[in-house]
Design a protein around this ligand. Structure first.
Ligand SMILES: [Fe+2]
Ligand SMILES: [Fe+2]
Length: 181
């Protein structure tokens, strides 16, 4: 979609929406990078299914970031790509790593809800509609991460049981190679 007149652009992206949408691009890239870090933690621990699961999640987060980038461009504005703030690489246990991932999903859910609230406040129904996909996606992401955390707690020290569970869920990619998934 191309807009040549400024008035057309204003019609599509209401004032005050560009900066928060840009911030969400960074938030999704942050989630992407954080999941690569969690995946490499599991890879290093010799847990390929959990590693594959998080490599795959990381690819999904990258796709989320790109959805926001695409939307901003389609709305006739220019996205700003920023650096990624602190990434946590060290975890003392599998449950700490997955709890960290769950907290991240809860935080992103709040970020999406804030964007929805803003879109309503500004009567930006185009952005509101665009965000609905993310509202639904976050329910699934929080639920699946919280299931994984429960499984890890039930398995206690037997992380091979968790590996088996993740394998049976069919969720794992291999070694960060998203082309095979
Ligand atoms: Fe995301
Ligand atoms: Fe996510």
């Amino acid at each position: 979609m191309k807009f040549t007149k400024e008035s057309d652009i204003e019609m599509l992206l209401k004032d005050g929406l560009l900066e928060p949408l840009n911030r969400q691009v960074t938030n999704e890239f942050h989630a992407h990078t954080q999941y690569v870090a969690i995946a490499t933690y599991f890879d290093d621990q010799g847990l390929p299914e959990l590693a594959g699961h998080f490599y795959k999640q990381s690819e999904e987060e990258r796709a989320h970031a790109m959805k926001f980038v695409r939307y901003i461009l389609d709305a006739g504005a220019r996205p700003t790509i920023s650096g990624i703030p602190d990434i946590k690489n060290d975890f003392s246990s599998a449950s700490e790593a997955v709890k960290f991932a769950l907290d991240q999903e809860l935080k992103v859910t709040e970020q999406i809800n804030d964007l929805v609230r803003l879109a309503i406040e500004k009567s930006d129904y185009t952005t509101h509609t665009f965000l609905q996909w993310f509202v639904t996606e976050q329910v699934e992401e929080v639920s699946s991460m919280s299931n994984l955390l429960q499984i890890i707690k039930h398995a206690g020290n037997s992380l091979l049981l968790v590996e088996d569970y993740v394998r049976r869920q069919g969720g794992a990619g291999r070694g960060g190679d998203s082309s095979s998934t």
